[in-house]
Write a new protein. Structure first.
Length: 253
């Protein structure tokens, strides 16, 4: 009888602990649950879908490096011919806008993405340049407690945040984070008019060598009814990458 009572007490304590989580608490847990990959590489497929349902497919290779001051990532387009050889390099920063560069093979030059242009479309997709940076709690402001609710039959926390950067194209970001594993399931982005602008759905997570990795993102733009889908494949972690693989000179190689 005492054992049963203690079990019930523990369940009630756990439930009250979850309900008391702040927006920041949940966001921090979601941030940390994706940590620990060291370095990674994968193949990616980007599908662009216009308002009429026509599609274009692009294939890419992705590399990333986990660092204390902010991760580094390098994306290279493999096909089709009109974008082949295009490379995108991102240096994440917690206390300022990320450093980003785009190499355009047709012009044989590297273009630095200005902070004021981070809200612009990346390569004609519905992903903005700022969407390509890793999620970090330091880049947002949080107030109040997270709201527990259901999303597609799963219990999630609804977390509201506001970007710190004045150059962000968003005034508010609403994230729906699984209350069990703290993986992000959906994110809603509100534009500078404070209206719902885009929605991203995150799915097909998988654990590789004990580390959670993203599998698929569907980004819907409500302004133009276009959609862009990113799908990862052949993912590997701890493959031996270092900072030299993310130096700016690799863009022209």
């Amino acid at each position: 009888m005492l054992k049963k009572f203690l079990s019930i007490l523990m369940l009630l304590f756990s439930a009250s602990e979850l309900m008391a989580l702040s927006n920041f608490d949940v966001a921090q847990k979601a941030d940390k649950v994706m940590d620990g990959y060291g370095d990674a590489q994968s193949n990616m497929q980007m599908t662009l879908i216009n308002a009429q349902g026509d599609t274009r497919v692009r294939l890419m290779r992705m590399k990333s490096l986990e660092l204390k001051g902010g991760d580094k990532s390098l994306m290279e387009f493999l096909s089709p011919a009109d974008v082949k050889g295009t490379k995108f390099l991102n240096y994440e920063h917690f206390d300022k806008d990320d450093d980003q560069w785009l190499y355009l093979p047709a012009l044989k030059r590297v273009k630095r993405i200005a902070s004021k242009n981070k809200s612009g479309s990346f390569m004609g997709s519905e992903f903005a340049y700022e969407d390509l940076s890793n999620f970090s709690v330091e880049k947002y402001r949080y107030e109040g407690e997270a709201v527990e609710m259901e999303l597609d039959g799963q219990k999630v926390f609804k977390v509201e945040s506001k970007p710190v950067s004045k150059n962000s194209g968003y005034t508010k970001v609403v994230s729906y984070i699984d209350s069990k594993d703290f993986l992000v399931r959906k994110v809603e982005y509100y534009d500078r008019k404070k209206e719902l602008f885009k929605r991203a759905r995150f799915s097909d997570y998988q654990k590789i060598s004990g580390v959670w990795r993203m599998g698929k993102i569907e980004m819907m733009n409500f302004d133009n009814n276009k959609k862009s889908i990113l799908v990862w494949s052949d993912q590997k972690v701890n493959v031996g990458l270092s900072s030299k693989h993310f130096h700016k000179r690799v863009l022209k190689k």
